[in-house]
Ligand binder design. Sequence first.
Ligand SMILES: O=C(O)CCC(=O)C(=O)O
Ligand SMILES: [Fe+2]
Length: 304
Amino acid sequence: MAALVDLSAADAPQHLLHACKISGFAVLTGHGVPAVVVDNMREAQRQFFKLPLEKKMTLLATKDPNNRGYSPAHEQALDPSGKPDTKEGYYIGREVPAGSLPLQGPNVWPPEDWAPGFRSAMMEYHAAMVALGDRVLTALATALGLAPDHFVPLFDHSVATLRPLHYSSQDAPGDIGAGAHTDFGCITLLLTDQQPGLQLFLGGRWVDVPPRPDCFVMNIGDMLERWTNGLFKSTLHRVLNNGQDRYSTAFFVDANYDAVIECVPTCCGPDNPAKYPPIQAGEWLMGRLRATHTEHALDSAATA
Ligand SMILES: O=C(O)CCC(=O)C(=O)O
Ligand SMILES: [Fe+2]
């Protein structure tokens, strides 16, 4: 189901290709992300979520036009037909000046004395994830028979969202921490702790993904499924609470807001016509964010 892939091996592209076709999930070893970068991020994540709710509520992502900041428990329903998610989270993106594209702009940060080192630890981890994402995209382009740098111009100002999450021990075991969903973008790089909870929907049933705190769980999102004409699978997954505190950190590798997602040349042809009409990456993303979040400042943000 989620195959182990050693990213440092010469045949990594072939193994990734296989995993993307079968389940859309792989567990990455040989990723080269320094342990200190991961440890500092984990520490900052734990300290931040321990803050009193009144403080966290002053940093709401729903009030930010670029969707940066805190999202409390029950604010998002990743499965809009089900119960809201019990997880709390924090959205962090590229630290850039407000510009013409939605979802791009300055981050929302807690005051330094509330969460000392949070900002620097998160931005260092963000940079490491951008680099890992580039590496995975190069391997995937190679595996697809494209030039290794095929995706580079499509990700040079990409929406690159870091989202530390916390599932609370106060929630009942079996409650929906994160509702059944497929990821909206291209690739997700997920770090978990030692707590189980993540499940994939494969072969008509929910299958546990055993935690591997030293690895990254990589999965394919909707945009890459469309880009590959359905060759890569954007697989349904969810998180169930288990009565323990669980910390995970998602990094969403999404394309440039203004990139057009249409079938890559090696995945369609006369015998295999494009199954999906072209979409603009940012509009797709905004649609999925609006569909899963409660009332949001995004609702009034212009779509480019
Ligand atoms: O917390 C996890 O293990 C998964 C979270 C997830 O699927 C997501 O944020 O898209
Ligand atoms: Fe997800």
